[in-house]
Write a protein that binds this ligand. Structure first.
Ligand SMILES: Nc1ncnc2c1ncn2[C@@H]1O[C@H](COP(=O)(O)OP(=O)(O)OP(=O)(O)O)[C@@H](O)[C@H]1O
Ligand SMILES: [Mg+2]
Length: 250
């Protein structure tokens, strides 16, 4: 999908709606992610950010609306096509969601094994695991269990796992939440270096204003289930709309 100025849309959400009974969480949300950009979605706790991202990756079914990833409507794709598309998307879950009973190596091998047939990869697993760990500076942790890692290390391993298939699009759900400010900065730097290295497009969900300032090319504010405001950090943080201003108060 080419736009003017040769901007390519890699992911597009149109009029997304999702309710849980009387709880109308998403009420016609729209979003467009351009190739190579870092798009941040900010919203209060409970505003539906995780619900939105879960609909995107197919962990949750939307009530209505369309989701197009690399120009394919995911709501009409069959399982095989969907699985193939998923290999192009990395997802960093809120928290870290490592498998507690598996070593770091096994955690990283997991997405490789799942998609091995489709990727026709044999024998390269070790090299890919090492490369992914190098990207996050944790090769030495390869044989440790998640319980032996600090919170920041767990997040970095989860990031390595999200990256192992060299996805074209990465979805981050609260990458810095729960980390101390220094570790949060390290994670943000990692996200930036990974984008520079692989030219990925990233959708980043956060309520960390510092994270949004440092990493975003554009920001969307999710309020009352819709994209309430959009713009650069500069534009939105200088808005005189009270609802928008509330996001940027420290
Ligand atoms: N599986 C579910 N069943 C019922 N309600 C749900 C479910 N998942 C989410 N919700 C509701 O949807 C709303 C949005 O939840 P969501 O997890 O998307 O919030 P969030 O914006 O990610 O918040 P946070 O910043 O705390 O992570 C909440 O009211 C939540 O209770
Ligand atoms: Mg959430």
């Amino acid at each position: 999908m080419k736009l003017k100025e040769n901007i390519v849309t890699v992911l597009e959400i149109q009029n997304l709606k999702k309710s849980f009974g009387e709880n109308h969480v998403l009420n016609g949300f729209n979003l467009r992610l351009f190739e190579g950009e870092n798009l941040v979605v900010m919203g209060k706790s409970g505003s539906g950010k995780s619900v939105m991202i879960k609909c995107l990756v197919g962990l949750m079914q939307a009530d209505s609306g369309s989701i197009r990833i690399r120009n394919q409507d995911i709501t009409v794709l069959g399982q095989t096509e969907l699985d193939l598309l998923r290999t192009e998307i990395g997802f960093l879950f809120q928290g870290s969601a490592l498998y507690d009973s598996m070593t770091v190596r096994e955690n990283l091998e997991f997405p490789l094994r799942r998609h091995k047939k489709k990727l026709r990869m044999t024998g390269h697993t070790e090299a890919l695991v090492i490369e992914a760990l190098e990207n996050v500076g944790l090769v030495d942790a390869i044989d440790l269990m998640p319980a032996e890692l600090s919170g920041g290390m767990q997040r970095r391993i989860a990031l390595a796992r999200a990256l192992i298939l060299k996805p074209k699009i990465i979805l981050y759900d609260e990458p810095t939440t729960g980390l101390d400010p220094i570790t949060a900065k390290e994670i943000i730097e990692l996200m930036r270096s990974i984008q520079a290295k692989y030219g990925t497009s990233s959708l980043i969900i956060t309520h960390d204003v510092d994270c949004a300032r440092v990493i975003s090319n554009r920001i969307i504010l999710l309020v009352d289930g819709i994209n309430y405001a959009e713009g650069t950090y500069q534009e939105l943080s200088h808005s005189d709309d009270p609802e928008t201003m509330a996001f940027f108060k420290h």
